[in-house]
Design a protein around this ligand. Structure first.
Ligand code: NDP
Length: 247
């Protein structure tokens, strides 16, 4: 039996992109998937696919910017399956625009989803992981969390630098029995590229992704690699970019 089979894995932002691809990949290897996001119809379709393929999955609607919804989602997953082995803090928004466009609402949304959403996930599970004496946090940062994606991605990069810092501090603090992995993807073909309301940036991002992006399966395989290691092996960080990506 592989080390993914039987694990209960919660993924936020599972209604599209990396989250959806990861849910399908892990379910095929025997993980019990709890898939969360706001678009319940998309989650229900994902669960139907996983169950149709012989897997196990539960869809839970949750907005990661609302702490009580994240807490309720985690509590429901534990009621249903008795434990959580892995939390993939994946939900995210990339609203690219130069600072001079002063899109303050989008700055706030990115901070709320990309940073506070990750913290709410940690808050909802850390007492559980400590009680269980096991658990694994997988945090989806970005190459934009290593280098400032400018112009246009300054605030997005700020959120991803923050998330990488939080994940590293988490690793250092929890130590012992709880594992932590930070994934830093490059250009991956998902809905993320459509997150900007700034026409010029939207077009530039679209062209960049069209010429360089790779499939979300690459990230799903990396997440599976981190989970399938023995419990004393912490895959702390994985950076994955398209071979042709310069940034
Ligand atoms: P998608 O836009 O395809 O997926 C984003 C997911 O986040 C959706 O399922 C969306 O679901 C969910 N989401 C957004 N806001 C909220 C919210 N408030 N509450 C709950 N869920 C929310 O993009 P990706 O799959 O590419 O993005 C996944 C992660 O990967 C993000 O953190 C992103 O920053 C990161 N990343 C992506 C890269 C790429 O090139 N694609 C590169 C580097 C990192 P719903 O709208 O239904 O709530």
């Amino acid at each position: 039996m592989n080390r993914i089979s039987g694990k209960v894995v919660v993924i936020t932002g599972a209604s599209s992109g990396l989250g959806e691809a990861t849910a399908i990949h892990l379910a095929a290897q025997g993980a019990t998937m709890v898939v969360a996001a706001r678009r319940k119809d998309r989650l229900d379709a994902l669960v139907r696919k996983i169950v149709g393929d012989g897997g196990t999955a539960l869809a839970l609607q949750a907005d990661v910017t609302k702490r009580q919804e994240v807490e309720a989602m985690i509590a429901q997953a534990v009621r249903q399956f008795g434990k959580i082995d892995v939390l993939v803090n994946n939900a995210g928004l990339m609203a690219i625009a130069p600072l001079s466009a002063v899109k303050v609402d989008e700055w706030e949304r990115m901070i709320d989803i990309n940073v506070k959403g990750v913290l709410y996930g940690i808050a909802a599970t850390l007492p559980l992981f400590e009680k269980q004496q096991f658990g694994h946090y997988i945090t989806i940062s970005s190459i934009a969390g290593k280098k400032v994606f400018s112009p246009g991605g300054t605030v997005y990069s700020g959120t991803k630098f923050a998330v990488s810092a939080i994940a590293e501090g988490l690793r250092h603090e929890v130590g012992g029995k709880i594992r932590t992995t930070t994934i830093a993807p490059g250009l991956i073909d998902t809905e993320l590229k459509q997150g900007s309301s700034h026409a010029e940036s939207l077009q530039a991002v679209g062209e960049l992704y069209q010429s360089q992006a790779i499939s979300a399966d690459a990230i799903a395989r990396a997440i599976a690699y981190a989970i399938e290691q023995p419990s004393d092996v912490d895959v702390s960080e994985i950076v994955i970019r398209p071979t042709v990506q310069e940034f």
